[in-house]
Design a protein around this ligand. Structure first.
Ligand code: 13P
Length: 249
């Protein structure tokens, strides 16, 4: 069975609540494509107005992070229940920016992934190597560790519904997209890793995105690859270009 493509925007720390609503209004008609899953992952404060603005459209709303506790004295954090109650369906976990700037470890990401599943939120778990790791030839070793630890304790049935985003750090926000071959190679490697940890059926079902300077020009070739099931898009998700990416065919 063919996997449905999933094209998600990661707004990062951009757009105030009112700007967010304006962007949804602008993009709504441009992303109206039922053949792919369209997700807007937005800053926490924008979630409520974006869910409201996206009502009745094909746009699903995601968060950019989440804490792994249910509630309590964790000043500044957002719980899975809060996200579910607000209408969130997806959550980006372990983005390289969170790993780099906020010290998130594979173990933290794993706790968050488990919590997301527990609450019926689909995790978009990010992984990806630095330029140094690529040059040292350890890309796949590093990513396999991120995936294996990130998915520890996740059942095969849960993994089948998950999304993994392969985002080479050197390609994020740099305008330097990985070549189609590089992206396909690593996404295939991730799928092979899932087959090893689980089984072929799980590997066939899980969706693997590419992220890193995806734009309207590079999306068609990237998304046509056998193991690339869509994209996680940063900069280009904040403009009309995102409509072209969603309608890449
Ligand atoms: P850019 O598309 O801006 O390179 O960002 C990619 C990314 O980090 C998405 O999560």
């Amino acid at each position: 069975m063919a996997r449905k493509k999933i094209i998600a925007g990661n707004w990062k720390m951009n757009k105030t609540p009112s700007e967010a609503v304006a962007l949804v209004e602008e993009l709504k008609p441009l992303v109206a494509n039922e053949e792919v899953d369209v997700v807007f992952c937005v800053p926490a404060i924008d979630i409520v107005p974006v869910v409201e603005a996206a009502k009745g459209t094909n746009i699903q709303v995601g968060a950019e992070n989440m804490y792994f506790e249910e509630s309590g004295a964790y000043t500044g954090e957002i719980s899975p229940n809060m996200l579910v109650d607000a209408g969130v369906k997806y959550v980006v976990l372990g983005h390289s920016e969170r790993r780099d700037y906020f010290g998130e470890t594979n173990e933290d990401v794993n706790k968050k992934v488990l919590k997301a599943f527990e609450h019926g939120i689909t995790p978009i778990m990010c992984c990806g190597e630095t330029l140094e790791q690529r040059e040292q030839g350890v890309t796949m070793d590093f990513i396999r560790q991120q995936v294996k630890v990130g998915f520890q304790g996740v059942t095969a049935d849960q993994a089948k519904t998950a999304v993994i985003a392969y985002e080479p750090i050197w390609a994020i926000g740099t305008g330097k997209t990985a070549t189609t071959e590089q992206a396909q190679e690593v996404c295939a490697g991730i799928r092979a890793c899932i087959a090893e940890v689980y089984d072929e059926a799980t590997a066939e079902a899980i969706r693997i995105q590419y992220g890193g300077s995806v734009n309207a020009a590079t999306a068609p070739e990237l998304f046509a690859q056998a193991d690339i099931d869509g994209g996680l898009v940063g900069g280009a998700s904040l403009k009309a270009d995102f409509g072209k990416i969603v309608n890449y065919k």
